[in-house]
Design a protein around this ligand. Structure first.
Ligand SMILES: *Cc1c(COP(=O)(O)O)cnc(C)c1O
Length: 230
């Protein structure tokens, strides 16, 4: 087994342990391996370790790597755009990705809708902690954005995404993850879109806490592929 495949197995064990602590089923959490800065052979090693969902954060990098990684993989892969997406990259993004996690304004949603040739799954990125340097829509503006998106052809809004504030202590991010879960439950009460189910939250530093708080998708890079070169 390669080191990458062994890391995938370890991450899965940690996800399963966190799920059990919260009386959740490990199978309800999808692992997205984030491959920014990782070359196609190492991506293929993760796929050999059982990964089916992969994430990139830049269209330019993804344009080169996704076709190369798909060619090496022996099975169909699902690609997730997890980084900030500019409107002028929407056309390329819909051709490359199956899921976009980072929709945070109606202009971007409209452009994705206009450009996609098939049903595209999207998540709305929320700035749960209200941090100035973080992207994402303010919680108070979320219902209006969701009401816009559900009317757009070609898009299916499947959940919410958040990036926790960067801190050394995973416990300080727990309130942010809890807030995203509460927002999803609020969306359900408002009856805006019954497809808003997924919570994309948790990265290498904090995924166990995210799973305890209800994450259904975790986005993990370094715990699988090692530290990225600066
Ligand atoms: C890089 C990245 C990740 C993965 O981060 P790690 O700390 O390497 O696990 C997750 N989500 C987004 C949006 C990212 O850009």
């Amino acid at each position: 087994m390669t080191d990458v495949a062994a890391n995938v197995a370890r991450v899965r064990e940690r996800i399963a342990a966190a799920a059990r602590r919260a009386a959740r089923r490990p199978d309800d959490v999808t692992l997205v391996a984030v491959t920014k800065g990782v070359d196609p052979p190492r991506i293929a090693a993760a796929v050999a370790g059982g990964v089916t969902d992969l994430g990139e954060n830049r269209v330019q990098e993804a344009e080169v790597k996704i076709p190369a990684a798909n060619a090496l993989a022996r099975r169909p892969l699902r690609w997730h755009m997890v980084g900030h997406l500019q409107r002028n990259k929407a056309k390329k993004a819909v051709a490359l990705f199956d899921v976009v996690h980072s929709v945070d304004n109606s202009a971007l949603a409209q452009e994705l809708s206009r450009r996609t040739a098939r049903m595209l799954d999207v998540l709305v990125q929320v700035n749960v902690a209200g941090a100035a340097q973080q992207r994402g829509i303010a919680p108070a503006a979320l219902p209006a954005l969701l009401r816009t998106i559900v009317r757009l052809p070609g898009l299916r809004v499947v959940g919410l995404m958040a990036i926790a504030p960067l801190t050394g202590d995973p416990e300080t991010v727990r309130p942010a993850f809890r807030r995203l879960r509460e927002l999803r439950d609020e969306v359900a009460r408002l009856d805006i879109a019954e497809t808003v189910i997924h919570l994309s939250m948790g990265m290498t530093a904090d995924f166990a806490v995210a799973v305890e708080e209800g994450a259904t998708i975790v986005r993990i890079g370094r715990a699988i592929f090692g530290e990225r070169p600066l």
